[in-house]
Design a protein around this ligand. Structure first.
Ligand code: MEV
Length: 310
């Protein structure tokens, strides 16, 4: 039996603008994860079991566009395998689907690692990242690659599309509360809608993306120099620009407001938006209070997590 795990992720700053070439900051979230187990099987074919999404099927019976099928077939292709072995692949996940926490990328990373190791040819991080990026294109259409990168390397990343991976140093650890609206919202749609806005008025949206770039640079400096309370107002500014981009939602705005009125220093949506998750920066002593306020305002779940060097 071979197993592999991959964490979830949150984007601290810069989502959506990152698709348009600006930088973004993201960190792994290890409280949620995908766990994959692979065993040889006496039954012919590749049997997939993903109880969380009620999937029990043989690989070749799934649609060709199915994300799990694509991930597995890409691993075979990259290893140059022609005949598929008989395997049982079990995928368990505590990352909510389509919620901005990177569930699709985490499945791709964990399956790719477990499968390539099980077959005796463990792929490098670079190869895993490249294959997970291919899978992301199925979910997102035109992904930046930030989700698969932060999840593959499981490190804080300062990410610019098509550029070598850069990590960043956390000068002094800080705490965020993640609140889940419980609404699943496909990233493909929000990314597509932002692209339409940009196509209709490039000058306006290039200016907005540049404002986000400034926020990301200021946030990186604040994190690296240990001055994390400065991130609060930067989160508020980034959220306001995401609202302008039409990727917030009444539920996200309600959670952001609830976090702010219960003591958070700043708050914003995180990831694709329109649902999914938001994040709030807190003093440690306020974390439980903010998490409770998020639940009272309708959050289906909340996670308190410390951002620190890994
Ligand atoms: C999704 O986690 C982040 C987006 O910026 C899309 C992407 O970067 O691929 C919305």
């Amino acid at each position: 039996m071979t197993s592999a795990s991959a964490p979830g992720k949150v984007i601290l700053f810069g989502e959506h603008a990152v698709v348009h070439g600006r930088p973004a900051l993201a960190v792994p979230v290890t409280q949620v994860h995908v766990d994959v187990e692979i065993r040889d099987s006496s039954r012919a074919g590749i049997w997939l079991h993903a109880p969380g999404i009620y999937l029990h099927a043989e690989l070749s019976k799934l649609p060709r566009t199915n994300a799990l099928r694509t991930v597995i077939e890409n691993v075979f292709r990259s290893l140059g395998m022609v005949a598929a072995p008989s395997l049982k692949v079990t995928v368990k996940s505590s990352i909510p689907v389509a919620s901005g926490l990177g569930s699709g990328a985490a499945v791709a990373v964990a399956v790719t690692r477990a499968l390539s190791s099980h077959l005796g040819y463990p792929l490098s991080d670079e190869q895993v990242n490249a294959l997970a990026f291919e899978a992301e294109k199925l979910h997102h259409g035109t992904p930046s690659g930030i989700d698969n990168t932060v999840i593959t390397y499981s490190r804080p990343v300062y990410f610019i599309k098509n550029q070598p991976i850069e990590t960043f140093n956390v000068g002094s650890p800080f705490t965020i509360v993640i609140g889940d609206t419980g609404i699943s919202a496909p990233t493909r749609e929000s990314v597509g809608d932002v692209r339409k806005l940009w196509e209709a008025d490039k000058a306006k949206w290039e200016t907005v993306f540049n404002q986000i770039r400034e926020i990301v640079q200021a946030a990186k400096n604040a994190i690296e120099s240990g001055k994390w309370p400065k991130l609060g107002p930067l989160m508020d500014e980034n959220h306001a620009l995401l609202q302008q981009m039409t990727v917030s939602s009444p539920e996200l705005d309600r959670l952001v407001l609830a976090a702010k009125t219960s003591g958070a220093i700043g708050a914003k949506l995180s990831g694709g938006g329109r649902g999914g998750n938001m994040i709030a920066l807190v003093h440690d002593s306020d974390a439980e209070k903010v998490a409770d306020a998020l639940k009272a305002a309708g959050a289906k779940n909340s996670i308190i997590t410390k951002i620190e060097n890994i």
